[in-house]
Design a protein around this ligand. Structure first.
Ligand code: ADP
Ligand code: MG
Length: 367
């Protein structure tokens, strides 16, 4: 039983926290995750319970089922994270939780759990933007990674290019105008019958395919545009499949996957490097679920080596959704002395990372 200390809901903005173990909680989509950071920010535990088995028969995430699955797992996952970290609840000095963007019902589970726990323990509670979490994962891999730098967030819901300043501020340089890169992987994989989630499956089969056998369109937009678009690519796969006799053999699927993946990878790399050049910077971090893609990692590493570019890629466990990145982003905010509030609500459509400070991006389609 933990005694109630001092956090009062009416204290809407409180500053200051005592450095110590910090618990991170993530429940924005289909992973229930908890992680504990030590006093120095090192990851002591990182537990992720995937809901893949719940959603795969539907070919995508079912929001109501996601919320229920989070509810069933959250306490267990948090307990595992504390146990693995050898930290007791009473040792915790702060909690960071994903506030948004994400599925409302799913976010509510994590946020309400975190609110109750922080109130009970009388410790600071900090709400974290999920994208800020992904961005923080770059520094988990490499704490000395320099700022300012360019950050490419490539996940199931986002394809966003930022310039991150020394003070932690992010300026949006470009984003996708339609599908996110991860979404393009998932939809393409679904068309090829590779199942859900499609990214890892496509990555795997593409390794035995010929990248040049079947060419796919690559959207670049106007010269020096940093805007992305993947909807044409998806349509192109649909038309190619309509023109082929079914069932496809393994070779055909592998070639289609390799060509499709290559189109995504080359566009991501070209625009990321273009952002670097335009900003006159030499450090780039690529984060989010798609940063786990083996071809993307290989091309980026090769280009970074040849161009004398400092590259940060999260280790595989920190690419897809996890709570260590949320804990880390929360810790950074507390260390900067930013105010926190026990009165925290979910922000399912939080646009703070997708529009504020954004520079208008002008592009035109090129056939
Ligand atoms: P979100 O934050 O949008 O919920 P994540 O950051 O967890 O998403 O990333 C999930 C996305 O990453 C999915 O679209 C998935 O297909 C994609 N993904 C995961 N691993 C790979 C991979 N090896 N290759 C390509 N895409 C991948
Ligand atoms: Mg994510």
């Amino acid at each position: 039983m933990v005694g109630i200390r001092s956090a009062k809901p009416e204290d809407s903005r409180q500053k200051g926290w005592k450095s110590g173990p910090l618990l991170g909680i993530e429940s924005s989509c289909d992973e229930t995750a908890a992680a504990v950071l030590g006093s120095d920010g090192t990851v002591l535990s990182n537990i992720v319970a995937s809901q893949q088995a719940v959603h795969e028969k539907f070919g995508g995430v079912v929001p109501e089922l996601a919320a229920r699955a989070h509810l069933g797992k959250i306490d267990l996952v948090v307990m595992r994270a504390l146990e693995e970290a050898r930290v007791s609840k009473g040792d915790l000095q702060a909690i960071a939780v994903t506030q948004g963007p994400g599925l409302a019902g799913a976010l509510l589970v994590g946020v309400n759990y975190a609110k109750a726990l922080s109130y009970g323990l009388g410790i600071p509670l900090v709400g974290v933007n999920h994208l800020q979490g992904h961005i923080a994962s770059a520094w988990l891999a490499d704490p000395t990674f320099p700022l300012p730098c360019i950050v490419l967030v490539v996940s199931g819901g986002h394809t966003h290019l930022y310039r991150r300043e020394a003070n932690g501020e992010c300026l949006l340089l470009g984003r996708t105008r339609d599908d996110a890169a991860g979404e393009a992987f998932d939809k393409g994989a679904q068309m090829l019958g590779l199942g859900y989630p499609g990214g890892p499956a496509m990555d795997l089969i593409a390794r035995i395919g010929d990248r040049q056998a079947i060419p796919f369109p690559r959207f670049h937009g106007a010269r020096s545009s940093l805007e992305f678009s993947f909807s044409g690519l998806k349509t192109s796969l649909l038309y190619k499949l309509r023109g082929m006799a079914t069932p496809l053999n393994q070779r055909q699927i592998a070639d289609l996957a390799a060509g499709y993946q290559e189109a995504i990878v080359q566009v991501l790399v070209t625009k990321a490097l273009s952002a670097l050049k335009q900003s006159n910077l030499s450090a780039i971090a690529v984060v989010g679920g798609v940063s786990a893609n083996s071809r993307l990692r290989a091309v980026l590493s090769e280009r970074a080596e040849h161009g004398q570019i400092r590259l940060s890629l999260p280790s595989m466990e920190f690419c897809t959704d996890n709570a260590a990145m949320i804990a880390s982003a929360g810790r950074q905010r507390l260390m900067r002395g930013e105010p926190w509030s026990p009165i925290l609500d979910i922000c399912p459509t939080d646009g703070s990372m997708t529009s504020v400070g954004a520079r208008p991006v002008t592009t035109s389609f090129q056939k």
